[in-house]
Design a binder for this molecule. Structure first.
Ligand code: SF4
Length: 314
């Protein structure tokens, strides 16, 4: 039996929460958050077969809230997973001015997880090559990716885990639609271009607000992400704000968008590479789930959505 595909074992509930008592409200909320993080991470791992028996998973630590949460939750899952796998945390010190180089080693030592700090001055390369005022992120991340692949080889890592979460995935989807003219996002699992590495995103089902809450609860020593002096990507920031605003005004919308990514219907899109429109012919056989070409799609009316008030105009 392939134990890595045993959903129940990966997503097993934690012991029951402490007894109901007003004074324990925060503790109960935290307990629920921990259960949710473990459940959703475990579910993604199983659904996409991200981690298998004997894997050595290299967890990329940037020092941000998401990578701290990723390592923390993977450590919890490792302790009760039905298979054996190893973790090794890796941080790439890119020599940005003011990078507090002791913070991650101190933290990682305290967790007991094996770790490696790779020192590579990509900051100077980026500053030298990219003219002042131009965006540095694409060269910087290309350099970082190459280094991390090399380190994965040197450490014998079989998987490379990144801390991207559900909201990163949705933001990327919208950015690609708005600016790239492509319907694509960040996959939960992918093979690198050179075919040598498997990259996984175990937090793919986790909402960003949960990594934010968990990081605050665990008091992770977060390293600011603006040390390179680069402006935060404005478009990504705006799309992130739009999603947060939707989540407040239209509860369930973001969730539905994310679900949509797991229920793609190529015959109802327009990509001839995914569906053979050219050879679509009448078969004479009825299909209940087939064509609804002349039907109007049924969607909930705004007033039936929770928290939505309809205002009559005129
Ligand atoms: S924000 Fe700075 S460190 Fe991050 S990818 Fe962009 S240039 Fe690199």
């Amino acid at each position: 039996m392939n134990h890595s595909l045993d959903t129940a074992a990966w997503t097993a509930e934690l012991p029951a929460a402490p007894s109901a008592d007003k004074a324990l409200k925060i503790e109960r909320e935290t307990h629920k958050l921990e259960k949710r993080l473990c459940r959703e991470t475990g579910k993604a791992i199983v659904q996409y077969n991200m981690i298998e028996e004997g894997d050595k998973v290299m967890v990329c630590m940037s020092g941000g809230k998401d990578s701290f949460t990723l390592l923390d939750i993977l450590l919890k899952l490792k302790a009760r997973a039905p298979i054996h796998f190893d973790l090794v945390a890796v941080n790439l010190d890119q020599k940005q001015p003011g990078f507090p180089e002791h913070v991650l080693p101190d933290y990682l030592r305290s967790t007991g997880v094996p770790f490696h700090i790779e020192n590579e001055d990509t900051y100077s390369i980026v500053k030298r090559v990219i003219p002042e005022g131009k965006t540095t992120c694409s060269l910087c991340s290309r350099l970082r990716r190459g280094i991390l692949y090399r380190v994965a080889d040197e450490l014998g890592a079989t998987k490379i885990a990144l801390g991207h979460h559900r909201d990163d995935i949705l933001q990327t989807l919208l950015l690609n639609m708005f600016f790239g003219g492509k319907l694509k996002s960040m996959p939960p699992k992918l093979v690198s271009d050179d075919g040598k590495h498997v990259v996984i995103r175990p937090l793919a089902f986790v909402a960003e607000k949960d990594t934010t809450r968990w990081a605050a609860h665990r008091n992770f020593p977060i390293i600011p992400c603006n040390l390179c002096g680069s402006q935060e990507n404005l478009q990504r920031k705006q799309v992130g704000e739009m999603l947060r605003d939707w989540e407040k005004r239209f509860p369930g919308r973001v969730e539905n968008m994310f679900n949509a990514l797991q229920h793609v219907v190529p015959s109802h899109l327009l990509d001839g590479q995914l569906f053979d429109f050219a050879n679509a012919k009448a078969t004479g056989v009825a299909d209940d789930n087939g064509d609804k070409a002349f039907d109007t799609e049924e969607f909930p009316t705004p007033s039936s959505l929770p928290g939505v008030q309809v205002v009559q105009i005129g």
